[in-house]
Design a protein around this ligand. Structure first.
Ligand code: OXD
Ligand code: MN
Length: 649
């Protein structure tokens, strides 16, 4: 298409191309038997693969947008959307940086909404373990297909009226890569399009790669047809009362309604890469996990890769981008949130980061805690719900310093803000959405299409009491048990309140795409002869002393723990000793050279018997109530063995 005609199209209200469709062939929802038209405002609809055309027709019929824009992912297209959004008052430029933008959401749409996130399968037990009688299952939310179709029928018909439907062809992972997968997202939000362009790889090549329907279908609507019936808050369209984020694994389909916030609307991320991804991974024999991936090189130049699962807001991004304090060591980032891992023909587990950007939590990010994240978001970044400064910059809690005198701060709620204000300047779940390639420590192999070899898997959580700085599982099965028993303090990334310690197995509790008991079976089944199984560890940077202060300095100092893990993956036996919970470092084997603070190592590795007896009881209660008959016997045995070891302490 000639650029001139594109220009004309955008200026003219007339359709560029009218595609006639018969509603009989397509819509199961609308019940509308008239002939309707697709008003294609950008792209060549006719050239799309037949099954994608049918998918679009079906959803176009249902959502009734004003036009269809098939995204090409180009710089020019991105610029055009950003400018249009600016003109319409949906975002504003942050003039202090290069091509950075600021969005405020409706305060009712600020986080993932777990209570309204569902998976539809024929039987409930495909989605979640059957909990013990009279207990509410917390390992996912099932919705009967009929109930979901009814709920969709109440939401989607006409939901895009007056808006454009954007078609986003995207790849999770390097385009055409051996571990990568493709998706098509339909959305009525330009904010989503520009954010998806950062977080995934948008390219029309995806249309060529999709054959025979092997892709994930994603439909997203903010649920705010035009003209709006209500006054928008911050110009942020959403329908918070009726949010519904649904997944249909059998159809490889995601449908998300009512929210524009990242975790609910950038469907490549949690919905595809984890929930639907984990069901595909189970079927195909690999793993889709809530894990960062980092490369670590020792002073001799030997490099290894580590994957690590932490619940939301435990510092995954910080660890993935850390600057080691140990001289001569280097850490490079492959990904900060999601890992897809597959055993290759040599039995090595290889991982890719299916994402293309970082959707990081802003508060707490500073030059001290994560200089690389800050550098990554100095250009081409969309900030959401942080505070803005009068000199065109951003501000949030935990930043290194306040802006200079004379520069004022406006909070995420669009109110003047000073350090004396009662409310936070930035929402605790405010985000930066930045291209991964901009991270100064991005790993040279981060886009290798067959992934990087994984030597260790780390589980962790925010545990103020009782849990040592690091321990290693006795073997793969024990490691799977450690993942299953993970617990952590609640996060701002979802709607939970307060600082309760929540069970969050594998940091996947909000992201399992299928029955957690079957997920454990799948993990256990991966340990096959001839495979080089990664070693499994558990870390806790967040233990607090009697004075309520963190006992371990964290951040770059965590490289000392990574060094110990690195050595263990080299088979160094003399640096570990057996404890009730797993192998822990022998005295003096954790390198503390040059550590500026005094650290109570004894306290950090102390295993209080009462605490661990309580821990065993909590895990047992959780397994009994939540996983019930779906708990694999091997995991039940591991729990019994832990109890025995603790009572022998
Ligand atoms: C995230 C989360 O946004 O885990 O990454 O909630
Ligand atoms: Mn996450």
């Amino acid at each position: 298409m000639a650029p001139l005609s594109i220009l004309l199209v955008f200026r003219r209200p007339n359709p560029l191309f009218i595609h006639r469709i018969s509603s009989k062939a397509s819509s199961v929802y609308a019940g509308n038997q008239q002939e309707r038209q697709i008003n294609v405002v950008h792209g060549n609809f006719e050239k799309l693969p037949t099954d994608i055309k049918s998918y679009i027709i079906e959803k176009y019929e249902l959502c009734q947008p004003e036009g269809l824009h098939i995204c090409d992912g180009s710089e020019a297209e991105n610029k055009k959307f950003l400018q249009e959004m600016h003109k319409d008052g949906e975002i504003k430029p942050l003039t202090k940086y290069d091509n950075c933008w600021y969005a405020r959401t409706d305060p009712k749409d600020v986080a993932r909404v777990e209570s309204k996130t569902v998976i539809a399968t024929e039987t409930k037990s495909e989605t979640i373990p059957t909990p013990k009688e009279s207990i509410k299952g917390l390992l996912g939310q099932w919705m009967a297909p009929a109930a979901l179709y009814k709920a969709m029928g109440e939401r989607y018909p006409g939901c895009m009226k007056g808006r454009t439907m954007y078609v986003i062809p995207f790849s999770m992972g390097p385009v055409g890569g051996t571990i990568s997968k493709n998706g098509i997202q339909l959305t009525d939000s330009r904010y989503v399009v520009v954010s998806m362009r950062v977080m995934t790889r948008i390219t029309p090549t995806v249309f060529d790669l999709i054959g025979g329907g092997n892709y994930v279908k994603c439909l997203h609507s903010v649920g705010c047809p035009l003209p709006t019936k209500k006054q928008l808050v911050e110009n942020w369209p959403c329908d918070p009362e009726r949010v519904l984020v649904s997944h249909i694994p059998d159809k490889m389909e995601i449908m998300s309604y009512g929210s524009g916030y990242g975790g609910n609307s950038l469907l490549g991320k949690k919905c595809f890469a984890l929930r639907i991804g984990s069901t595909i991974a189970k079927r195909e024999g690999w793993l889709a996990e809530h894990m960062l991936i980092l490369g670590i090189t020792n002073p001799q130049g030997v490099k290894k890769y580590i994957a690590a699962a932490f619940p939301s807001a435990c510092g995954k991004t910080n660890l993935a981008m850390m600057e080691p304090t140990l001289p001569g060591w280097k850490v490079e980032c492959v990904g900060d949130d999601i890992a897809w891992m597959k055993f290759d023909s040599n039995g090595k587990l290889r991982a890719i980061n299916p994402e293309n950007g970082f959707f990081g939590v802003a508060p707490g990010t500073s030059m001290k805690t994560n200089p690389n994240a800050l550098k990554a978001c100095m250009s081409n970044t969309v900030f959401t719900n942080v505070a803005e400064t009068s000199d065109g910059g951003v501000y949030w809690e935990g930043m290194d310093e306040l802006p200079p005198p004379g520069v004022s701060i406006t909070s995420w709620k669009n109110k003047p803000w000073t350090p004396d204000s009662k409310e936070p300047a930035a929402h605790p779940n405010s985000r930066f959405c930045a291209p991964a390639s901009q991270c100064p420590t991005i790993d040279p192999d981060w886009e290798r299409d067959d992934g990087v070899p994984i030597s260790a898997i780390i589980f962790g959580g925010r545990r103020p009491q009782g849990v040592p700085l690091v321990y290693e599982s006795f073997d793969w099965q024990h490691g799977v048990f450690i993942g299953a028993g993970m617990r952590s303090e609640a996060t701002a990334a979802a709607e939970h309140k307060g600082k309760v310690i929540m069970h969050d197995p594998f940091a996947m509790r909000p992201f399992f795409g299928y029955n957690f008991g079957k997920y454990l079976d799948h993990w256990l089944s991966l340990n096959k002869p001839g495979r080089d199984m990664p070693r499994i560890f558990h870390v806790n940077w967040f233990r607090k002393g009697a004075d309520g202060k963190f006992m371990w300095p964290g951040f770059g100092e965590n490289s000392r723990v990574l060094e110990w893990i690195f050595k263990r993956t080299n088979g160094q036996e003399d640096i570990a000793k057996k404890s009730a919970v797993g192998f822990i470092p022998t005295k003096d084997s954790l390198n503390l050279d040059g550590l500026k603070e005094n650290v109570d190592m004894k306290g950090l590795f102390d295993l209080p018997k009462d605490f661990w007896m309580d821990e065993v009881s909590s895990i047992r209660k959780y397994f009994d109530e939540q996983v019930n008959v779906d708990l694999p016997q091997k995991i039940a045995d591991e729990l019994d063995s832990l109890e025995q070891r603790v009572s022998d302490m």
